[in-house]
Unconditional design. Sequence first.
Length: 509
Amino acid sequence: KNETDCCQSSPLVNEEVEILEEEDLINNKFVTMDLDNENIDPNLLAPSPCDSDDDNNNGDDELPHDKHAVLDLEDLGSSMTAEAKANLASQLRGDDSQQPVAREMVTRLQRKALVKEGYRIIGTHSAVKLCRWTKNQMRGRGGCYKHSFYGITSYQCMEATPSLACANKCVFCWRHHKNPVGTEWRWKEDDPHFIVEEAVNLHRGMINEMRGVPGVQPQRLQEAFQVKHCALSLVGEPIMYPRINEMLRALHEREISSFLVTNAQFPDRIAQLDPVTQLYVSVDASTKDSLKTIDRPLFKDFWERFLSSLRSMRDKKQRTVYRMTLVKAYNMDDDDELDGYVELIELGRPDFIEIKAVTYCGKSDASNLTMQNVPWHKEVCVYAEQICARINSRQVINFTYSIATEHEHSCCILIAREDKFKPQGVWHTWIDYPKFNSLIQQYYTTKDSKNGDVFVFSSEDYMCKTPDWALYQSKEKGFDPVENRWRRNNTSNSKGEEEKYMPSESGCG
């Protein structure tokens, strides 16, 4: 059969091609806009070599035989589609003689847009950026919610990603969809040790740029050069990176804790993950329809993948977290949605549930969210209390959840399992990082030896006591008393005017 017939004969191949076409449709706007630059190399537009011959090509699917041929701009989209079909057909035939040429993940224009927003691009598919909370705590103005919930030092935290690509196009994405999309890895692949080394060096360079900034404390500035935590949540889908376990190990060998966030579309990759300090899964909606509306996933079987990811999370021994982002008029306005969240929690049984208000990041062509979609902190607290009450009343699981901590500044609260993290009635949501560093090295040692069972440890092995100021309904509301609260707007006025909500440059709130 010719390649076109081969693709048409299999519904699976048709679905794969359809997904590829959708990815290229989204990413292509950056590719074609790159052509406006007179310095662009025309050879970049040439298709990958194809092993087909004249007799096996027909109609619009025909590709140029000259690999150095220049394509017309209007033919670029159809050429990419034809190449995708040809590659899939070749795979079905088992023909490995011609492998598709891997390309860089980000186009020149995407790279330019990301750099303009403060990203430092690493190699061909990774990035690092200085979080506003890192800068905030360096100036003694308070840490992020992870400081209140888990005891990280915000000014020693590096925010990075090994994959700028994502399989979702969430309506509340705080990166305004300037990154590429994809459902599988089909790009060049950088070495994980190179990524970590470059990320740390670039992060230190951005820390160095804080010298002379008003309010920066000299001691914290010096300490900030030593990275102790890494939030793999910058943008994109970290577990898409094929060598994610090697990257995690490279971090852990430097005694850098790992906070990895996934969008719950790659359940097999979750199952294959080595232990991380804390593993997050984004639970942005509780029904199939609302998840499709909010996350706008590329996968056709996104709901099945989502549920399977939660089941994979349940099997993890280390700390697991559901991250729920509340968006008014999208995912928090009816009882069915609430019941759906409860059922998802009963399915995955996470150690923790973070519930936060969506962060408004200003206007974007990629989203129609406004300030009307942002809940206030008190609304987040009420919703969390309702979830706890409903879970505990159903008695489907043999333990209880309750609100442990809060960070009012981020409109965020933390629900935790009482059976694990409240021994003798005292909350232990903080992490003993030196203990984790010791445990993970024991894991790697036994894994490498292959002479016996791999060392297993659990979330309860590296927990420590939560300070009183971080507890729910404390007078500090999760704000560390050693810090100095700094307010951009004066909210203590005699007129009783409502506090003005300012857009944030950080998805951390």
